[in-house]
Design a protein around this ligand. Structure first.
Ligand SMILES: [Zn+2]
Length: 255
């Protein structure tokens, strides 16, 4: 059923509706959009709290982990009392308190390729909030094949990055990116990460997701955005689609 703005919701989201060019219309688009979030760690917590507060229609969070004390430094949806609980339950609990008007679904397992395909199909956009290269590549391939936008985020040490893959616009994909910039598979368990860096990247993923879903503002096409928290600087790098990319070149030729 289509969700519509009533007076209560219009007031709730009024600061967004006031934005020039966003308006009631885009708020309603957002309220009828579905986002799949893979990972309820640092990036997933930061991204989903803003997406939910902003009034997404439905969000599905996938994670098979349990909250540990070392997560609390940056995974802001989980609290002291969540230690030992499933991350998805803890995240849902907090997100429901932030905005009870959002439908929140949780999946407490590592999805098989087939399950991931059906999950991606059932949503309008995917947020990659994992720290696992294999999952990143799999998600990228499925999103490209299903023509679903993917907003990928990563944070490690004092550095963050965001990359948007928009198959309908035939942009470069995550595999094209790793060709140019190499495949880093370091996790923050080994290398460490500064708490707010995770928040900055997650919040930026949420911002790009809202813009893509509602066609608002400029979408960073073929652009890797890198945040250097030591120098306090954002930089953009051009990522061209690879002519022989196993994921996106094949899809582009078939059309
Ligand atoms: Zn590609």
């Amino acid at each position: 059923m289509k969700k519509e703005l009533n007076n209560e919701l219009a007031f709730r989201y009024s600061r967004q509706i006031l934005l020039s060019g966003f308006d009631l219309e885009k708020q309603e688009i957002l309220m009828n959009s579905k986002i799949l979030v893979i990972g309820a760690g640092g990036l997933g917590c930061a991204a989903s709290q803003y997406i939910v507060a902003a009034g997404i229609g439905q969000i599905t969070i996938v994670d098979d982990d349990v909250v540990e004390v070392s997560n609390l430094q940056r995974q802001v949806l989980h609290f002291e009392e969540s230690i030992g609980c499933k991350k998805v339950d803890s995240a849902k609990n907090t997100l429901t308190k932030i905005n009870p008007h959002v439908d929140i679904t949780t999946i407490d397992k590592r999805l098989s390729h087939k399950e991931l395909e059906s999950a991606v199909t059932a949503h309008d956009l995917v947020l990659d909030c994992t720290d696992n290269l294999e999952t990143r590549n799999t998600l990228n391939d499925i999103c490209y094949a299903m023509k679903k936008p993917l907003v990928s985020g990563a944070a490690i040490r004092m550095e963050g990055q965001i990359f948007c893959v928009i198959p309908s616009m035939k942009t470069a994909c995550y595999r094209c990116l790793s060709h140019y910039f190499g495949e880093q598979n370091l996790s923050c368990v080994e290398a460490g990460v500064m708490s707010p860096v995770v928040g900055i990247v997650g919040a930026s993923q949420a911002n790009e997701a809202i813009k893509i879903l509602t066609s608002f503002g400029q979408i960073p096409i073929n652009k890797l955005q890198v945040f250097d928290a030591i120098a306090s600087n954002w930089e953009s790098f051009l990522v061209k689609p690879l002519e022989d990319c196993v994921t996106c070149a094949a899809v582009q030729v078939n059309e």
